[in-house]
Ligand binder design. Structure first.
Ligand SMILES: NC(=O)c1ccc[n+]([C@@H]2O[C@H](COP(=O)([O-])OP(=O)(O)OC[C@H]3O[C@@H](n4cnc5c(N)ncnc54)[C@H](OP(=O)(O)O)[C@@H]3O)[C@@H](O)[C@H]2O)c1
Length: 254
């Protein structure tokens, strides 16, 4: 049974829903009775997520899409909205970076790629989702930024940090634009979270070393990133907009 009965029957588009934090968000939303269009690229992971969300009794489906491509986002979003009938909730979670690197090691093409995947993708989906939400006077947008967008947590990628900081400015401004229309726009700033990607990169030794620098002494589980997102989608969070929730086990000022 879900936590927020008002979410039952709502329709969501979640990018980055085939793995990690986004998959947990899609799963918890499905647990609330939300039908989810789960965006990602990997067919096998996408089919597995679709099967899992359908087993939970929803009419969710995998929506294959490269989020940095305006053309693919356009087609995938319109197809998803037609299948869902409407879109009440948008979660912009797709993102990441391939490897830590120093800024002088990056090319201009790397800048464009990282910005497009982590920041422009949120713009592309948000601009399509908002008109319907505003018209129906109810909507929730949640952008998954990063601790790297708030402060220097540990060295990752300056371009990634710029994109994730940009996402927070985007969140605040769009929130103010649509606040009079019953639509909220918020962000979360996850700390290091044991998604599939991180579990692949981090050896047990690296994980133990990182944990020493986190006040709670451990990395976050994907579900712990997802619960606050579902809360932000609920009616209980109706007066929260333009906010960033720091979900970092106490890494607030490192
Ligand atoms: N994990 C952390 O420690 C952490 C910390 C701070 C912020 N975050 C942020 O949280 C979000 C999720 O991270 P995660 O660690 O859960 O990542 P993950 O396990 O690598 O999952 C990433 C998801 O995004 C999708 N995706 C990535 N690039 C895409 C693209 N170009 N087009 C379409 N889909 C794309 C992937 O889909 P496919 O694989 O199917 O393509 C997958 O579903 C990211 O925005 C990340 O920056 C994560």
């Amino acid at each position: 049974m879900g936590l927020y009965s008002e979410l039952k029957g709502k329709k969501a588009v979640v990018s980055g829903a085939t793995a990690g934090i986004g998959k947990s968000i899609a799963t918890l939303l499905a647990g609330e009775g939300v039908d989810v269009a789960a965006i990602g690229r990997d067919m096998d992971r996408g089919s597995a997520v679709e099967a899992k969300l359908r087993e939970m009794g929803t009419s969710s489906f995998f929506a294959r899409c490269e989020v940095s491509s305006p053309e693919e986002v356009d087609v995938a979003y319109k197809d998803a909205a037609a299948r869902l009938g409407k879109v009440d909730i948008l979660v912009n979670c797709a993102g990441g970076f391939p490897r830590p690197a120093l800024v002088s090691e990056y090319s201009v093409a790397d800048w464009d790629d990282l910005m497009n995947i982590n920041l422009r993708s949120a713009f592309l989906l948000t601009r399509l989702a908002l008109p319907g939400m505003v018209e129906r006077k109810w909507g929730r947008v949640v952008n998954i930024s990063s601790g790297a967008g708030l402060t220097v947590t540990y060295l990752t990628s300056a371009i990634y940090a710029a994109a994730k900081a940009g996402m927070l400015g985007f969140t605040r401004h769009v929130a103010a634009e649509v606040a009079p229309h019953g639509v909220t726009v918020n962000a979360t700033a996850p700390g290091l979270t044991l998604s599939e990607r991180i579990a692949k990169i981090y050896t047990p030794e690296m994980t133990a070393d990182r944990a020493k620098h986190i006040p709670m002494g451990r990395l976050c589980e994907p579900e712990e990133q997802a619960y606050p997102v579902v809360f932000l989608c609920s009616d209980q969070a109706a007066y929260i907009t333009g906010a960033t929730i720091n979900i970092s086990g106490g890494m607030t000022s490192v």
